[in-house]
Structures are given as C-alpha cells and as structure tokens.
Design a protein around this ligand. Structure first.
Ligand SMILES: *Cc1c(COP(=O)(O)O)cnc(C)c1O
Length: 480
C-alpha cells in the first residue's frame, strides 16, 4: 500500500514494520467508525490536552510512525465533534456513506491529478457522467450542460458568479454590475461577491416572505430601479434549501424575471439540490430548469466526506469562456475530445472528488438513495408532531428540506427572556452529550434549529431528543 522512499534505507526494517502496523491501524479505524452511534457526539480536548499538543513541533529527525498515529488519534480524531453522529442535528450534516470513505481512500492512494482528463480518462468520464445525471435532474439537457466537482458550495458559487460575470458583463462594466440575493441567502454568496471585487452597493439584499422565501415583487422593483439609474443588473441568486429554514425560493418566478431582464440565474442548492433525487419532493423546485447554474454539495445530504461539491451549468461554453487558459507546459496533456478540469473551474491540481460519489451511487443505487432522502424529509415532520404533542412549543418555520425551527414560548415571558431561555435549552442539551443542536435567529426570534438529514437518525433518537428538550425547558421555567 505504501511506497518506500529510496532514501529511507537506514532503518529499513524498522520502517517496514511500522508501515505494516500502520496499515492494520487504518483498518481498525474504519471498523471503530462503524460504531459511531456509541461514540460521544462532542468529545473535545481539555485545555491541558490542547496545551500538551501545542508543544509538538516539526521534528528534524523523523519519529516512530506508530507514535505519530497514536498521537493523532488521541488528540485530533478522538477529540472532535462528530457531525455524522445520528443525534447531531446542527449545521447541514448527514451520515457518511462507507462507500464514500472507500472511494475517498482509493482516490488518495492512487492520487490522479484530475486537472487533466488524459491523466485518468475513466476518472474523467465518471465526473462527466455524474454531472450529466445531476444536470438532467435539474432539467438541463445532458448533452449541452456541463459541470465540475469543486471543494465546496462556497467555491462552486464563486465560480458560478465568475461565469455569470463573464457572460453578462463587459469587463469595463464590472463596476456597474448588480447582483441580487435574498436576506436568507448563504453568507458564502456575499463573500464570493466581495472576493470578486464587487462593492457592497453592487449587492442588493431582497426581503423574504413569511416562509423565508425571496419576495419576487421586491426583486423586480429593485431591478427596474437599478436599470433606471444606469446600473447593470447581471445576476440573481435563488436558494434551493436555505441554511436557516430549508426554504426554497420561488425558482420559476425568479427564472422568468431573470429572463425578462437578461440576468444570469444561479441556484444555490448546496444543501437542497439533493432533494431533486426524490420524485415526491422534486416538484417543490420546479422552475429550476430555468436557471443557468446550480451549486450542489454532496457532502451535505448525499453522505459524502468533505469535500464534494458540484457546480453545474446549463451551457458548457459558459464555463469555458470563464476559465480556459492555454499555458505551454500543458499542451501535451490537454485533451481534445473531452474538457479538462482545469478549463472548467478555478483549480488546476485537484483530486477527483467524483469518484467517491460514483462509488456510493453504484453501490447504493438511486432507488435506495431516493428512499433515504424521503426518510430524512419525514424526520422533520416527526419533530413537528412531537412538539405539537407537548405544551408551549411554537413552530417558527415549518419542516422544509428536513429542517425545522421552533422555540419554547411560555406565556408571560418577554421576548428577551425567551431568546435567553432557548439558548439555555440548547446549551444544556449539548452539555448532556445526548444530542447536538444549535440555535439561529429568525425575524428577531432565537429559534432552536434542527436539521434532520442524517439517514441513521431513528424515530427513537428523535422522540428521546424532543423529550429531553421538553424536560429541560420545563425545569428551566419551573420558577416562572
Ligand atoms: C453549506 C452551504 C453553503 C456553503 O457550502 P460549503 O460547502 O460549506 O462551502 C452554501 N449555501 C448553502 C445553502 C449551504 O447550506
């Protein structure tokens, strides 16, 4: 499995022994991980342990590899928050497929550079096939769409904005371009625009309605006003599955407005695009086929390890226009029949992040995946039903894409006291170690947010978590 460096002759036998033992330990780590339910969700190093670890410096003389591995296990891997635990209900975090882990390890071992198609032709075909499959689920035509696997939703969306800017604006007009997004859009969209040099006044934040969906009337008014003032609206970003509430913007109407005013329409589906796999839930995203590009993170809902995101575009030429460069040192390895990775995105050297997803799709099949997605949608509905059975719980956002927000709202408490109380409730449940939940703020209210997309969460996990939340809330308010 491991290559031996030719220099390493001095302690050859000892090295050999250590490497063999290391291979065994890797298998053991995989086996231990299968028992994730038994692991502590949040098991962080103590301050002393952090201080101890900080004392380790980069050595001049190599150390015993087994010692290094043990150190990593003790301080790093066994002392972290396990977002893939079945009772971790924060962020947007699913279970990890064992096939993703296998695909990821294999990809690392053979370490092909996926910048070039020719370095690993069938690896390149895997990426193309998955992009065509995802594109067709979004309603793009498989033969004219394209896509690329990138590190995460943030970089995928940034790349989409680069394509949008190249496609819709003359270089001299960059300072006049205006982009539109809702106040519920992910922070990475604003960050990408800032990284690309857009000023704050070129980024217009559109209000949302009671369901946290973009208000399309405000969108159109803002576009008309900016045009009248001589600015150039060039991009609107809709979200399929907002991070706070799992809401889906009215994609069809946004698409129509984008077409009417000649804007690029990007959909941030980092979290929610995986719902397109479900026949039952795909309709909620109708109109997505009107978009020009789509961000889809498989490390969110499709059980992939970090990192695994895809940027899809309806028209492959738009990616080429934005990203192709022809350096002399790549002439011999550039492809003619296929598009090289480095011509479709910002990265040059990169791992083939599609392989682990391919492994998962092949070994799981889309029927089972669809069942898994539907199952997780229902988990948020179980939460809602359980809350409705208990007193004083107020639903703040209805289940959408497997996410629900709520709070304990006992009568007689002020808005500030309620905010404080709900923070305390989550703090306590996290300290208990039983489950992990964080809050967010929605229209001024502190809300307990549960994202239920882990396929390993059972009904019992959910009910016992709600029971515990209820017990904590009752105790904290017993004197009121
Ligand atoms: C997580 C998320 C992102 C950011 O994606 P990364 O992969 O973390 O960079 C963007 N948009 C939405 C809606 C998200 O949920």
């Amino acid at each position: 499995m491991f290559d031996r460096f030719q220099f390493d002759k001095k302690n050859e036998n000892e090295r050999e022994r250590q490497l063999e033992s290391l291979q065994k330990r890797l298998y053991e780590a995989i086996a231990a991980h299968n028992n994730i339910r038994e692991a502590q969700i949040s098991h962080l190093p103590t301050e002393e342990e952090i201080k101890e670890f900080e004392k380790i410096n980069i050595p001049k003389v190599g150390r015993n590899a087994i010692e290094v591995e043990e150190e990593l296990m003790n301080y790093v891997f066994n002392k972290q928050i396990l977002a893939q635990h079945p009772r971790f209900f924060s962020f947007v975090s699913s279970a990890v497929s064992p096939y993703s882990i296998a695909g990821s390890i294999l990809t690392d071992i053979f370490n092909a550079n996926a910048g070039s198609f020719n370095m690993s032709p069938c690896g390149g075909i895997i990426e193309e096939k998955i992009c065509a499959w995802m594109g067709s689920l979004a309603g793009y035509k498989a033969d004219t769409c394209s896509g690329i696997f990138l590190s995460g939703g943030s970089i995928s969306t940034m790349s989409a904005i680069i394509a949008a800017r190249t496609n819709k604006l003359n270089e001299f007009d960059f300072p006049k371009g205006v982009a539109y997004l809702s106040e519920q859009a992910h922070s990475s969209v604003r960050k990408a625009l800032r990284m690309l040099g857009f000023r704050n006044d070129q980024v217009i934040i559109i209000d949302t309605d009671d369901d946290y969906k973009m208000d399309v009337k405000s969108l159109e008014e803002a576009i008309i006003k900016d045009k009248e003032e001589g600015r150039i609206p060039f991009l609107v970003v809709g979200t399929l599955g907002t991070t706070n509430t799992g809401s889906i913007d009215p994609l069809s109407e946004i698409g129509d407005i984008a077409k009417k005013y000649n804007l690029w329409f990007h959909v941030d589906g980092a979290y929610g695009a995986s719902s397109l796999i479900s026949k039952k839930h795909r309709n909620s995203s109708s109109g997505i086929e009107k978009s020009d590009s789509l961000t889809w993170d498989s490390h969110k809902w499709l059980m992939q390890t970090y990192s695994c995101s895809t940027l899809l575009v309806k028209n492959k030429q738009t990616l080429l226009d934005a990203f192709v460069e022809h350096p002399e040192y790549l002439e011999d390895v550039s492809s003619t029949d296929h598009i090289d990775g480095w011509d479709k995105g910002p990265e040059m050297s990169r791992p083939n992040r599609a392989i682990k997803l391919w492994f998962t799709l092949q070994a799981t099949g889309t029927n089972l995946l669809e069942e898994m997605i539907d199952y997780t949608f229902n988990n948020a509905i179980i939460v809602e039903n359980e809350l409705n059975k208990r007193k004083n719980w107020e639903i703040i956002s209805k289940p959408s894409c497997g996410t629900i927000n709520f709070r304990y709202a006992k009568e007689g408490m002020s808005p500030e006291e309620l905010n404080e109380l709900n923070l305390d409730i989550t703090k306590e449940i996290n300290e208990s170690g039983f489950a992990y939940i964080v809050t967010t703020t929605l229209k001024g209210k502190k809300a307990i947010r549960m994202c239920m997309i882990n396929v390993n969460s059972t009904e019992e996990d959910i009910i016992s978590t709600i029971d515990l939340l209820d017990k904590i809330a009752i105790r904290l308010t017993s004197k009121i």
